[in-house]
Design a protein around this ligand. Structure first.
Ligand SMILES: [Fe+2]
Ligand SMILES: [Fe+2]
Length: 661
């Protein structure tokens, strides 16, 4: 069943106290992350991912059109100290006649003796780009004197707070016109002779109103091709000495720059970390190569990034709320991996940068928020349970007085969750005690009720028997006496207590069959005829018939007693003439007791015997009586306890009030 399968995950609305009203502040809190993102709070986490992605992706092939000519330590050794005479660069240009473009990543702002000759070489070559920069006052610093008319490009590379170079702006707009980046200027010249115009020049840029300010546009993250040394690098000294044929440079872009470690024009890159720095000219080569193959890394559009992060966080929130904590934690972990993978895929495959940190933090926030909401819901449930329990146990000390703040906030206040938990533990303890007492009391009540029902049914039966008996023998104390005698014999025989109780009951209804004897026989004054005796004797079978079919064992025992209480040990009794142990033991006891009581009782046709005579008659025999008719064991017990029989007979005479036994 579908609903059953889903029931492990509590649906949104089913979590108590987790209403939409409580979710709205959580969702509103998400918006704060955009402000933090705008302020760059997550940048330091993003750049870690950014740099790690480079190392995971590793190196890729560079353009064969780009060649670096490095002013390395060896060149300085051969050509003299830094700064080199500009005549050296003029000679270099003469060697690079066949190059497509020559870019000098060198600041040539200080006037120098060789400027004229270099300017002449630049004019001759015709395809040269020089470096310019903006000083601290944001003034454009161009190459010195005669070189000032040459095509320039700015060499600013953006460094992060960790001094790692990651990006540049291809266009810097200023009063007087936009300045392209060095790589953009070289690229433009290589492609069509004019500087690259940029993707995104400022349309409303007004030179007059913006004096003293710069606008940086065309932001581009450098998609590095590998660690330092990935681009082909030739020593300046080798080129000048003719060690490299001029034809080698045919159609190539030659970038000239300082590569000697002592010249300080170096920076760390994502590939190198801070350990191995890259010469500035190679960084320019990377940026240029990006323009050539179109792999510069562009930023993912901010609105789309924010929307993506927001929707991801909402999805996470819905999942976290609907799942148990453990599952939610797994989903979150999987989500982090998925976000990282997506960010990497955009980077490596589509050259788009979508920083994962905002996603990390927003999903972490909703995970925590969902957890707290669930915790708060649990705390509120605890409050409700507590209140209802404290109500039940209002009498149980100070439990009811513990108010405190409700819900999760209660964790931080006096009389809060901790106090309530100890209160609940107290309740549990007192509950166990109460439960025990209640079980004990109920058990006792049940036992009393059962015993009352038992006593009631016993009494009912005994009263019935007495009613039957009273028809021919006054108050009916005969049945009470027989019951008491039977008890005495059973005790004298050493029978257990429940046997004694049972025989007191079964013996009390031994004559219940007399209900079926016609009055003219039962109430006849004088001796019965033989026929009447036969009828009288049927009371044994009638009594058995009344009792035998019962489902209660004790009444079935009583049936056996009713049937056999006139049987005799020697086989002379009725109705079946059973002998010895064929007669049920209880019937053997009742037989003697009934016989003793009959001897003592006065009837219309006889007087009653005194105790001693009755005892003697039974033990030694008399008219119509022989000791052989009794079970010898029962007889022996009677011998021991006969005094008590007299006691019973005296106290419960027929004219005495009905006896209790
Ligand atoms: Fe009888
Ligand atoms: Fe009897």
């Amino acid at each position: 069943m579908a609903t059953h399968r889903r029931s492990r995950l509590p649906p949104f609305g089913s979590i108590p106290f987790l209403s939409r009203r409580r979710l709205i502040p959580v969702i509103a809190g998400l918006l704060l992350f955009f402000g933090a993102d705008y302020l760059g709070v997550f940048d330091s986490w993003d750049i870690r991912a950014h740099d790690a992605f480079f190392r995971v992706r590793s190196s890729r092939p560079t353009s064969e059109a780009i060649v670096l000519v490095g002013i390395d330590a060896r060149s300085l050794g051969v050509l003299g100290r830094w700064p080199l005479d500009r005549d050296v660069y003029a000679r270099l240009l003469d060697k690079l006649d066949e190059a497509a473009v020559v870019g000098f990543d060198l600041i040539l702002a200080e006037p120098s003796a060789g400027d004229e000759r270099l300017a002449e070489a630049v004019r001759r070559n015709g395809r040269v780009v020089l470096a310019c920069y903006f000083d601290e006052a944001l003034n454009l610093v161009l190459p010195a004197g005669p070189l000032a008319g040459t095509q320039v490009g700015h060499v600013h590379i953006e460094r992060g707070i960790d001094q790692i170079s990651r990006s540049l702006f291809h266009t810097i707009s200023r009063p007087g016109g936009p300045v392209p980046s060095f790589s953009a200027a070289v690229y433009g010249m290589f492609r069509g002779g004019r500087p690259w115009a940029g993707r995104n020049p400022l349309p409303d840029f007004r030179p007059d109103g913006a004096a003293g300010r710069l606008f940086q546009t065309d932001h581009s993250r450098i998609n590095y091709y590998g660690p330092p040394g990935t681009f082909l690098r030739i020593s300046l000294a080798d080129v000048l000495s003719g060690g490299v044929p001029e034809s080698f440079f045919k159609g190539k872009i030659v970038l000239v720059g300082a590569t000697a470690a002592g010249l300080q024009d170096r920076s760390a890159t994502p590939f190198s970390g801070t350990r191995q720095e890259m010469p500035g000219v190679e960084i320019q080569a990377n940026a240029l190569n990006n323009l050539l193959d179109g792999t510069e890394i562009r930023d993912f559009p901010l609105p789309a990034a924010w929307l993506g992060a927001f929707l991801t966080a909402l999805l996470g929130l819905a999942l976290f709320i609907r799942t148990p904590e453990r599952t939610a934690a797994w989903i979150w972990a999987a989500g982090l991996a998925g976000i990282t993978a997506a960010s990497y895929l955009l980077f490596a495959r589509f050259h788009l940068w979508l920083g994962p940190a905002l996603f990390y933090f927003m999903t972490a926030y909703v995970f925590l928020a969902a957890y707290l909401l669930k915790l708060a819901a649990a705390a509120r449930q605890l409050d409700v349970k507590y209140a209802s329990l404290a109500g039940h146990f209002a009498g149980g000390g100070d439990l009811g007085r513990r108010g405190g703040k409700k819900g999760l906030i209660g964790l931080f206040t006096r009389n809060g969750i901790n106090e309530k938990i100890s209160g609940l533990l107290e309740i549990e303890k007192s509950y166990e005690g109460t439960l025990e007492a209640a079980v004990w009391r109920r058990t006792r009540e049940l036992a009393e009720a059962l015993s009352m029902v038992g006593r009631m049914s016993n009494e009912l039966i005994v009263r019935l028997a007495r009613a039957v008996e009273s028809r021919d023998a006054g108050t009916g104390n005969h049945v009470a006496r027989v019951a008491l005698y039977s008890r005495i014999i059973a005790e004298a025989l050493g029978r257990p207590l429940d046997y004694v109780e049972a025989i007191a009951f079964t013996s009390s209804i031994h004559d219940i069959g007399k209900i079926g004897i016609p009055d003219d026989i039962l109430l006849k004054r004088g001796l019965l005829t033989d026929d009447e005796k036969e009828i009288m004797r049927t009371h044994a079978r009638i009594g058995y018939g009344i009792l035998a079919a019962s489902e209660h064992p004790r009444i079935r025992e009583a049936a056996a007693v009713a049937l056999a209480h006139h049987e005799r040990w020697d086989g002379s009794g009725y109705p079946a003439g059973l002998k010895g142990e064929e007669i049920p033991p209880e019937a053997r006891i009742v037989a003697l007791c009934d016989y003793y009581d009959a001897l003592r009782s006065e009837r219309s046709y006889k007087s009653g015997l005194d105790h001693d005579t009755a005892v003697r008659t039974i033990l030694e025999g008399g008219p119509d009586c022989s000791p052989a008719q009794f079970d010898p064991e029962v007889l022996q017990a009677f011998r021991k306890s006969a005094d008590k029989f007299d006691d019973v007979f005296r106290r419960h005479r027929d004219d005495a009030p009905p006896a209790v036994f």
